[in-house]
Design a binder for this molecule. Structure first.
Ligand SMILES: [Zn+2]
Length: 156
């Protein structure tokens, strides 16, 4: 295999994450706003906010050419999404749990900023209330004034 490995994300519940890490992914089936049924595991190229019970973020590393045939292309979507058969992932992917930067959940403003394609936003430090411009999707560093690691999204 010559292609580079790509890093994708899958958000799930803590219980499901444990099952995935132990036994691998399981296909889900749904219509996903289309007319026909589709089967696979949803992955995205950046963490997406979902329902609060989906509180565990998995990072999935796999050769890019294995997932590209399963890209779920939609007009104007600012991130890439894939619906990959579980068998492909279980054969070729490495999976780990991500320690996420703290985001107030579920933060609809953050979702809106992401959907409008913004990469940077204003975050309020939960320790000292100072505002810092930080990447929406990069790991957020500790506050340089007070060292707190929790940030609340304010606006872009
Ligand atoms: Zn601070």
């Amino acid at each position: 295999m010559t292609g580079s490995r790509t890093r994708l994300f899958h958000r799930t519940t803590a219980v499901s994450a444990r099952v995935i890490l132990r036994s691998g992914f399981t296909d889900a089936t749904g219509k996903y706003l289309t007319d026909t049924e589709h089967t696979g595991v949803w992955l995205s190229d950046r963490p997406l906010d979902e329902a609060a019970e989906f509180d565990t973020l998995l990072v999935v590393e796999i050769a890019g050419e294995l997932v590209e045939p399963y890209e779920w292309v939609e007009e104007g979507k600012p991130y890439r999404e894939f619906l990959v058969p579980a068998a492909v992932l279980n054969a070729a992917a490495t999976v780990a749990v991500v320690d996420e930067p703290v985001i107030s959940e579920p933060d609809t403003k953050l979702i809106i900023a992401a959907l409008s394609g913004e990469d940077v936003g204003s975050f309020r430090c939960c320790g000292c209330d100072r505002i810092e411009e930080l990447g929406l999707w990069s790991e957020r560093p500790p506050c340089r004034w007070c060292g707190a690691t929790a940030w609340q999204y304010v606006s872009s």
